[in-house]
Design a protein around this ligand. Structure first.
Ligand code: SAM
Length: 245
C-alpha cells in the first residue's frame, strides 16, 4: 500500500468511526432540513450573511422538530420562532445560525449558553465543540431539555437550572458565551467569565423596546469592546423574581 492510499484508507476509517459514534441521527426529515439550510445559506448581507459551513452543516444535522411541541413539528423547518410553552420560544433558525456564526466556534472551545429553552441552540453548539454548558431559569424547560439531550445522545452538553445572569463560575472562564434572551445591560458576571480572546453574543435592550444584537470582545490583555450589530426581538432575560435584568 503506498502512503497516499494508506492515508486515504486511514481517513475513511476515521470518518466512518466518527460518523458511527455521532449520536444525533439525521435520518428523519433530512429533506426538510436540507431545504431550510439552503434557504439560510447566503441569506442576509454583510456581517449578517450566513456563510459558515460549520454552522450550516450543524443545522443540517440537528433535528429541530425534536425540539418543538408535537403539534408544531410540521412547522419546525420554517424560518420562524415557535412557542415551547411557559411563554417562551425556540429562536428562528436564521437567528440561531447568525448567533452561532458570530460566535465563531471551533472544536476544543468551552462554550456557555444562557437560556437553554428547548435546547436546540445548545445542540447546534454541541455539534461544533467538545463541551457546552447551558443554563435555563424555568425549571420545567430545564428539565425537559435535559431529557431531550439524553434521548438524542448529546452527552457533551452540561445543563442546569438557574439564573444565567451570574454565569457558571465552576466552569469559567469560557471561550464563547451566547445569551439567547435580552438583557437591559451586558451582565458584568458574564464579562468576567469570558476568557481573554473570547467573544460573547448577546441581545441587549428592554423587552418591548429597541433591542440590538451585540458582539462583545475581550482581547488578549483583557480589554473589553462592544459592537452593536442589528435590531432583534428576544424574550427578556429575567431574574428569579421574574424582573427583567
Ligand atoms: N436557546 C433557546 C432554544 O434554542 O430553544 C431559545 C431561548 S428563548 C428565546 C430564551 C430562554 O431564556 C427562555 O427559555 C427563558 O426562560 C430563558 N431565560 C430568561 N431569563 C433567563 C435567565 N436569567 N437565566 C437563564 N435562562 C433565562
Amino acid at each position: 500500500m503506498n502512503s497516499y492510499s494508506a492515508k486515504s484508507w486511514l481517513t475513511r476509517l476515521l470518518t466512518a468511526l466518527l460518523l458511527a459514534t455521532m449520536p444525533v441521527t439525521a435520518g428523519d426529515r433530512q429533506a426538510d432540513r436540507d431545504r431550510m439550510v439552503s434557504e439560510l445559506s447566503g441569506y442576509g448581507y454583510d456581517i449578517t450573511l450566513i456563510t459558515d459551513d460549520r454552522v450550516l452543516s450543524a443545522m443540517r444535522t440537528v433535528p429541530r422538530h425534536e425540539f418543538v411541541p408535537a403539534y408544531l413539528q410540521v412547522q419546525a423547518y420554517a424560518d420562524r420562532p415557535l412557542p415551547i410553552g411557559h411563554g417562551q420560544t425556540i429562536s428562528q433558525p436564521y437567528i440561531v445560525a447568525l448567533m452561532t456564526q458570530l460566535a465563531d466556534i471551533s472544536p476544543g472551545m468551552r462554550v456557555l449558553e444562557v437560556g437553554t429553552g428547548s435546547g436546540y441552540q445548545a445542540a447546534i453548539l454541541a455539534r461544533m465543540t467538545d463541551r457546552v454548558y447551558t443554563i435555563e431559569i424555568i425549571v420545567p424547560l430545564a428539565a425537559s431539555a435535559r431529557v431531550r439531550f439524553r434521548e438524542l445522545g448529546l452527552t457533551n452538553i452540561i445543563a442546569k437550572e438557574g439564573d444565567g445572569y451570574y454565569g457558571w463560575k465552576a466552569y469559567a472562564p469560557f471561550d464563547r458565551i451566547l445569551v439567547t434572551a435580552a438583557a437591559r445591560h451586558i451582565p458584568p458576571p458574564l464579562v468576567a467569565q469570558l476568557k481573554p480572546g473570547g467573544l460573547m453574543v448577546i441581545p441587549v435592550g428592554p423587552s418591548w423596546g429597541a433591542q440590538r444584537l451585540m458582539l462583545v470582545r475581550k482581547d488578549d490583555s483583557g480589554v473589553v469592546t462592544t459592537e452593536s450589530l442589528l435590531p432583534v426581538r428576544f424574550v427578556p432575560l429575567v431574574s428569579k423574581q421574574n424582573a427583567e435584568w
